[in-house]
Design a protein around this ligand. Structure first.
Ligand code: ZN
Length: 90
């Protein structure tokens, strides 16, 4: 049976039989959809799979310190940009 490397909300890795709902890249700390075109292209190109991690949901990924992918999750990525510009302005 295939095992997936999940990341918990506190950043702790654990193994699971299911891939959760989101995938991520452990060294770039970006998460996105399991079928994200950017991630799939990187997987095909090689070198990505050993850094591939999975999350149960978006709240878990954000709590673990990962950023949403701008390609497949533009909504949360835009929210982050707005938060950042507000922080800079104050
Ligand atoms: Zn993506």
């Amino acid at each position: 049976m295939e095992r997936y490397k999940m990341i918990a909300a506190d950043g702790t890795p654990y193994d699971s039989d299911t891939p959760g709902t989101l995938g991520g890249h452990r060294s770039s700390r970006i998460y996105g959809r399991l079928n994200c075109p950017s991630a799939l292209r990187a997987i095909v190109a090689g070198g990505y799979v050993k850094h591939r991690v999975f999350f149960a949901d978006e709240a878990t990924a954000a709590a673990a310190g990962y950023r949403p992918c701008a390609r497949c999750l533009p909504e949360p990525a835009r929210r982050n940009t707005i938060t950042l510009s507000v922080t800079v302005a104050t």
